[in-house]
Design a protein. Structure first.
Length: 320
């Protein structure tokens, strides 16, 4: 699916349309959607110091796994949710910490997209670059399908200012295997917000994933996730977080364009479309006059910037 993976910095300096198209070729390989669904569900920022593995590097190390396990507050989960989590943790087929990511992003926009991942996926669909669906059942439950045999149900079991615990259950029923393949994933999501001396904001996200797969050889599973599938999942996470930074940058430069985008969202209720508009307007006001760092640039989304006159001073919208 992906033929190569560049550095995080290089990816953020690509043309926005190219970034979107690479991002939205979500892996249509069995088991991968269990991880990808969890990647889409990112929670609110919090004060947390990330330890262990460096930013930009995935890990399957025992130390990273132990760190993630210590973060899961099993005693705070309802009995039913605790049962789902322990069933996976007691029989983990594969553990993976995805590359820790930091982006320039206004916190309110970051929080809104993370709490409403279906809004982001609906944006992708409006742009015509994916057939993936992520439908909200309620604030903590989602349904996901990729149109090629993979479906998933996702539940946010716990949401605090510094942590989300997510449970995803996926099924692949397609031509690559003679029988359906089922898997369950527990995702541990942690976030931090940092206000820089320049006045801009940095959001950092860490995602740890624990996967159990029914009736599937661990040796084959390990080979899959150490190879292309694992790299694809890492890449999707990098680009998904980068996309959120680009949404924030677009709102900063062109809130009018974001209002037009909100009006086109056809799988999101009117209340949350209005919330997106309100947050976009706040981003533009909050960051007015705050200098943007070229070294950490998230390109604005050209599909939105070109859709209407830019509200920001001339020249900023076309900057890459």
């Amino acid at each position: 699916m992906f033929t190569g993976i560049g550095s995080v910095g290089a990816a953020r300096r690509l043309q926005s349309a190219a970034v979107l198209r690479r991002l939205l070729l979500l892996p249509k390989r069995p088991l991968a959607a269990v991880f990808c669904t969890a990647v889409l569900l990112v929670g609110s920022p919090a004060d947390f110091i990330f330890a262990g593995e460096p930013i930009g590097k995935p890990s399957t190390s025992r130390s990273a796994r132990d760190e993630a396990l210590r973060v899961i507050p099993l005693d705070k989960l309802p009995a039913e949710a605790r049962g789902k989590v322990t069933a996976v943790l007691d029989n983990v087929s594969l553990y993976r910490r995805l590359p820790i990511q930091s982006i320039d992003c206004e916190p309110d926009m970051f929080r809104f997209i993370m709490d409403n991942p279906d809004v982001m996926v609906n944006m992708w669909r409006v742009m015509g670059v994916t057939n993936v669906s992520l439908d909200r059942v309620d604030a903590n439950h989602f349904r996901c399908t990729d149109g090629d045999g993979t479906t998933a149900r996702v539940e946010v079991l716990l949401r605090t200012p510094q942590l989300q615990i997510i449970f995803a259950e996926g099924l692949y029923d397609g031509p690559l295997f003679p029988r359906p393949i089922r898997g369950q994933c527990v995702a541990v999501l942690q976030y931090t917000t940092n206000r820089k001396a320049s006045g801009r904001f940095e959001e950092t996200a860490q995602l740890d994933t624990f996967l159990h797969v029914d009736n599937f050889g661990v040796e084959l599973l390990t080979k899959l996730f150490q190879g292309l599938v694992g790299r694809t999942i890492d890449h999707n996470f990098v680009e998904t977080v980068s996309f959120i930074g680009s949404v924030s940058r677009t709102a900063e430069l062109n809130p009018r364009g974001m209002r037009h985008m909100a009006a086109r969202l056809d799988r999101v209720d009117s209340d949350r479309r209005e919330q997106l508009v309100a947050v976009s307007d706040q981003v533009a006001g909050k960051l007015a006059g705050v200098k943007y760092s070229e070294d950490e640039e998230n390109p604005p989304l050209s599909e939105i910037v070109q859709s209407t006159a830019v509200d920001a001073p001339a020249g900023k919208a076309s900057k890459r």
